[in-house]
Write a protein that binds this ligand. Structure first.
Ligand code: SF4
Ligand code: SF4
Length: 376
């Protein structure tokens, strides 16, 4: 049997910040999944209906253990709650969720998980099965992480840790190898340290929390900006503010993130939103006020055509929205921007919105019309 401390050491050597192991079993929280789905809270996310997600024993034939690995993606740059809707010169800006600023984390984590599996195979030469997943496995990673001793599930529904907060990615390895669990028999997972705090519940602009620990994903800005393919429901547009990809608010207000450590990985630093030619000319790695994904100019986003989008977001998590989704979101953000008529960018933004309002894509066209009706 693989020993926990050996695995944790190997996970660190493979580049992870934390690692825990849990036996594959039906964790208590998973019993609530079907009711959550029945209430329609998953919206259009059909993959969440996979019944294997309700019991890790169904996730892989012969599965014994789940190895959960955590990688910090936090950077030194401001929080969404500090950034405001506009740049220094009053130019309207969008907001991209912290995890979307850098390289596509799926790839970054998968490489590390594969490295960890290679170490396991060296140590245990007998054939065994091991499957690495980053978001794509039929398993609820956050719940497995809790029972692997990594933290607790907060009122904002995310996994929280005392040492790293919640700005991290999770990757899992499902295996039929017997690995010693992090928590010994009878040992409880980390206690819930949310206490009487309700900051995340109060700060959510779309009131997506039905109650503490329960989210209606259909109202969450992350769902609206990334997963939803059609039009954003009218009543949720104004509360979306300037979010164009994801939302960090319920993490940014969390006291456990106040002193969250910063990752040393350059892969998670904000990319610049430049064409390939411009990128080659750009010698600065300080993205603070340019066309950075940190606080991108709405005018730049609204100017992207489909080819620009493909070029600029290759290797970025933002590509998940596809061109249509990002432009739809940028239109909504422009409609919420309160851009002043006297602002130098006002005419240019109106011009771009008018062009998009005539687009053959009805979702983009309608979003642009809505934005124009709000700022003209
Ligand atoms: S991510 Fe944003 S919209 Fe979603 S629950 Fe958290 S605060 Fe609300
Ligand atoms: S903001 Fe407060 S209640 Fe919400 S997850 Fe953080 S500690 Fe828990």
């Amino acid at each position: 049997m693989a020993n926990t401390s050996w695995i944790v050491g190997q996970a660190k050597a493979a580049g992870f910040d934390l690692c825990g192991v849990v036996r594959a079993e039906a964790f208590p929280e998973l019993a609530k999944t079907s009711e959550w789905l029945a209430r329609g809270y998953a919206g259009e996310m059909q993959y969440l209906h996979d019944p294997r997600r309700e019991d890790p024993r169904a996730a892989m034939p012969g599965i014994r253990s789940v190895i959960v690995c955590l990688l910090n993606y936090n950077t030194k740059f401001p929080l969404s709650t500090e950034a405001g809707l506009a740049g220094r010169n009053g130019e309207p800006k969008g907001w991209v969720s912290r995890y979307g600023w850098g390289d596509d984390y799926h790839q970054v984590l998968l490489e590390r998980l594969e490295a960890l599996i290679a170490r396991l195979r060296e140590r245990f030469p007998e054939p065994f099965e091991a499957r690495a997943y980053v978001d794509t496995g039929p398993i609820q990673e956050r719940v497995a992480a809790k029972y692997a001793g990594l933290g607790w599930l907060g009122k904002n529904t995310l996994l929280l840790t005392q040492t790293i907060g919640s700005y991290f990615f999770l990757g899992v390895i499902l295996t039929n190898l017997e690995v010693e669990p992090t928590l010994r028999a009878g040992e409880m997972p980390a206690p819930d340290l949310c206490g009487s705090c309700t900051r995340c519940l109060e700060a959510c602009p779309t009131q997506a929390f039905v109650e503490p620990y329960v989210m209606d994903a259909r109202k969450c800005i992350s769902y609206l900006t990334i997963e939803l393919r059609g039009s954003i429901p009218e009543e949720l547009r104004q509360p979306m503010g300037n979010h164009v990809f994801g939302c960090d608010i319920c993490q940014d207000v969390c006291p456990w993130n106040r002193h969250a450590p910063v990752s040393a990985l350059a892969q998670f630093l904000p990319k610049t939103l430049l064409s390939r030619e411009e990128n080659e000319r750009n010698e600065s790695d300080a993205p603070a006020d340019g066309n950075s994904l940190l606080h991108p100019r709405l005018e730049s986003l609204l100017s992207l055509n489909e080819e620009d989008f493909r070029e600029m977001f290759r290797g970025s998590p933002v590509k998940r929205t596809k061109w249509r989704g990002l432009i739809r979101n940028a239109c909504i953000a422009a409609g919420n921007s309160k851009v002043a008529h006297a602002s130098p960018s006002y005419e240019r933004i109106c011009e771009r919105l008018k062009k998009l309002a005539a687009c053959s894509d009805s979702v983009v066209a309608e979003s642009a019309q809505w934005a124009l009706s709000r700022i003209q």
